[in-house]
Structures are given as C-alpha cells and as structure tokens.
Design a protein around this ligand. Structure first.
Ligand code: SF4
Length: 449
C-alpha cells in the first residue's frame, strides 16, 4: 500500500486542515507512515505568519529533492497551507520536486489535484470560491477526547501587519446547524472537549439564520455529553453584551479566553488598524472578569511595530501588568508580503525589538509564575493528553483554563480520561500535581455542574 506523510507548521487551523488532507489521502487509498523517508506522498502544510516562511519551505523542498534522487521517494510532493496560497505557481517554478500547490481555500479539492498529478500534470490550485464545502466525515481525527471544529474560515479585518486575509481569504461562517451536527458526531465518538476555531471567531454570523456567536455557543454547549467547550481566537471588537453574558452563564464553557491585544499604545493600535483602544480593551477585561472572575486571559503581542517608541512599548507593558494574563504569545513585528505595514517607514531595528521582547517575556514569566503558584493546594479537573514531553515518568493534561498540568503516572490512567489532580507545585509554564481521586470510572461521562 502506498503511504503518506504530512508536515504541519503553524496554527490549529493548519492542524485541522492536515487532518482533512489526511482523510482525503486515506480515502484515496494511502496509509499514514511514521517515517517521512518511507512516504510515497509528502505534503508540507505551511504557515506564512512569520518571516522566512518561504526560505524554510524551499529548504525543506531541497531536502526532499535530495532524498528523491537517492531513494526515489517521495513520488509526489505537495505544498499546502498559507505559503502555498502566497506563492502559487511561482513555487512550482522554483522547485522541480514539487508536483502541486494547494491553497487553504482549496483544501477539499485534493483528490482532483492528485488525479491530475497521476496523469503527469503539475498543478497549482489557489484562491477562494464562494463556498467552502467541507466533507467533515473525511477529517482524520487523531485523538478522540479533544477535537477542533472550524466555525469561520478566513478574515475580513485586514489588520495592517497580518497576512491571514490574503492567505485564508474572506471571512465565511459555517451554518450553525452544520457546526452543531459536527460537534454531536465528535461527542458520539468520544470527544469530551471541543475547541471552535476561527481567526475572529466572535464575529460569527450564521449564513442561514443570522444567529450570532453567543447563539452558537449556547447551541453547542447544549450538545449532550460534551464536557467542555473552548474557542479561539476572539477579536476585542466583537464582544457584544449578549456574548459577555453568555460567557458568564454557559456552564460548559471553559475559562480560557484568548483575546489578542497586540499593542498597548493607541497610536500603534491605530497604525495596526485594530479598531479599539487600550482603554476599551482594559474595560472589556474588567467587564468579563466582573461576571466570571475565574476567566484566564491569554493574548498575542507584537513588539517593534513600525514607529514603536519606548513610550509606546511602556503602554504595552502597562496592559500586561494590569491584566495579568495567564499566557502570552509575543512576537517581533515581521513584515509580510502584501501587508501595508511592511512598507511603513520607521521600521524598528531588530536588536531593539529583540530587547523589548525579552523584557516582555521576563515580565510575563513573573506573572505566570505567581498566577500558577496561587493554584497550589487547589484540585483541578484535567483532561489527560498522555506522557509529558519532558520529565521522566510524568504525564500531562490540561485544565479547563488550558494550563498544562504535569503529574506522576498511575496505574490505569489513559489519554482522554478526566482526572482530579491536586496542585503541588508550579513553574512559569506549567503546574505540577498529584492524583487526588478518580473523578469517575474510566469511560463514564462526568456530570457537568
Ligand atoms: S483579525 Fe487577526 S487574522 Fe484578521 S487580519 Fe487581524 S490579526 Fe489577522
């Protein structure tokens, strides 16, 4: 049997797209393989958010070309994801080992592309059609307990630094009933936690009924058997009063809330075209915490945006100190093709931006550590992922606020179980705990308060 290997770079959207690509390859008759060197078909599902994305792809394609010369494998190489959308047919011209290029808006058309490739054609299929039909039955789900479901494709916001609207196309919400049906299927197959995905997920609007994101959350949390619902990523501009009330009142919603603020200076926020101010962001956090104090905010921050001064950066640090995020993802501004900010004057020297990022991370490490230390002595419900990546004998999972919890293995524990762990220690990045008591017999569904 012919085999395939998919390399996935970047965000959860890409993780889910890779599962969809895998499902189509399996329907085509291919089997997954553990070692990329043995694969007949290799797909690179790429990310274009950071600088040097194209160089990274070309370098990997160079390796595959060498491998093919030596071993004859892989027979077929495909470029998918955001770099595929960005480069299109140019990528075919730059790398002879490539057989096809498939943009994220065309991810469901892999079989047609493979058919053309087997006829000896080299194919570039990019762009976005008016509908993005997904046969969700073809998604190869890897873990049964924690699953992703796409709610909105693309983005219409056009923040001046961001390549997503160009690589993932215009915003397109899926019908509410389709999302609910997919969640029901996943829960029936053993999912306990579902994370809804979208670049600006709280801008959701059902194309059939006009239902908004609060309506969608309500409908999904009513799916019987679902333990926990999470969602990423929210835009600060799209929190209606109705949505804020839903966050406080829907008991199966997790307490993890990822709301990128990107910068603290209103001047920089305007230049980024983020459409909110620092004060509005802080007021939003306060309002949500007023109704649901246990929400753990997470965020994205860009440092070194063109024109950012020390005073602007101080505003960013001020937001970090005031909000006390549980997690923060910080990046140095990276000029991306087609984006307005790539051409802005006053680009900040990389060394200056790097120093600011270090200061940001140092401040956040202190905050994360003290928030994590405050958890010591508490018992948290953890969805088990499996063996910890680091730490001999440790297993890990995540609590409802998405914090990583490590704990020693005990007999009978398995990925996908819900367990109670008493927190005994903390670092800036994770919690350490010990078995408290099994929450229910393995396989039984928990009761959700
Ligand atoms: S809202 Fe997010 S995905 Fe959309 S353009 Fe802005 S940063 Fe990019």
């Amino acid at each position: 049997m012919k085999t395939y290997w998919i390399e996935t770079w970047g965000c959860q959207m890409n993780v889910l797209d890779s599962q969809y690509l895998a499902g189509q390859l399996e329907a085509w008759g291919l089997a997954p393989v553990e070692d990329p060197v043995r694969a007949d078909v290799v797909l690179l599902n790429t990310c274009a958010v950071r600088e040097k994305a194209v160089q990274k792809v070309l370098s990997r394609l160079g390796e595959l070309r060498q491998q093919k010369k030596l071993t004859g494998k892989p027979e077929v190489v495909g470029l998918c994801g955001c770099v595929a959308e960005q480069e299109g047919a140019k990528a075919l011209a730059r790398s002879q080992v490539l057989d096809f290029v498939l943009g994220p808006g065309r991810v469901g058309q892999l079989p047609a592309v493979l058919a053309a490739v087997t006829q000896g054609q080299r194919v570039s299929l990019t762009g976005f059609s008016a509908t993005r039909d997904l046969d969700t039955h073809l998604i190869t789900r890897t873990s049964s307990a924690r699953q992703y479901v796409t709610v909105i494709h693309g983005c219409d916001q056009h923040c001046t630094f961001c390549v997503v609207p160009y690589t993932r196309g215009p915003e397109m919400s899926r019908p509410l009933k389709e999302v609910v049906a997919e969640v029901q299927q996943l829960v029936a197959r053993g999912a306990l936690e579902v994370t809804l995905l979208g670049q600006t997920i709280n801008a959701y609007r059902c194309p059939e009924t006009g239902a908004d994101f609060a309506d969608l959350l309500q409908a999904v949390t009513e799916v019987e058997g679902l333990w926990r619902l999470q969602f990423i990523t929210s835009h600060p501009k799209f929190f209606s009063k109705k949505l804020i009330r839903a966050l406080a009142s829907l008991p199966r919603l997790g307490t993890y809330l990822h709301v990128p603020f990107q910068a603290g200076s209103n001047r920089i926020l305007r230049a980024m075209r983020r459409r909110y101010t620092k004060e509005e962001y802080l007021a939003l956090v306060e309002e949500i915490r007023g109704l649901r104090p246990q929400v753990a905010f997470s965020t994205d921050v860009i440092v070194g945006f063109p024109g950012e001064t020390e005073e602007d950066f101080a505003e960013t640090m001020d937001v970090v100190e005031r909000v006390q995020f549980s997690q923060l993802y910080g990046f140095i501004f990276s000029p991306r093709p087609k984006t307005p900010a790539a051409g802005y004057p006053d680009q900040v020297p990389r060394v200056v931006a790097g120093q600011r990022l270090e200061r940001l991370f140092a401040a956040q490490a202190g905050i994360s550590l003290s928030l994590n230390q405050a958890m010591i002595g508490q018992t948290v419900k953890v969805l088990v992922d499996g063996e910890a990546k680091r730490g001999a004998g440790l297993w890990q999972g995540r609590g409802e606020d998405n914090r990583v919890v490590n704990f020693p293995f005990w007999e009978g524990i398995a990925p996908g179980q819900l367990v109670d762990v008493r927190i005994t220690g903390a670092t800036a990045h994770s919690l350490l705990g010990e078995r408290w008591q099994p929450s229910q017999p393995p396989g039984a569904l928990p009761r959700v308060a």
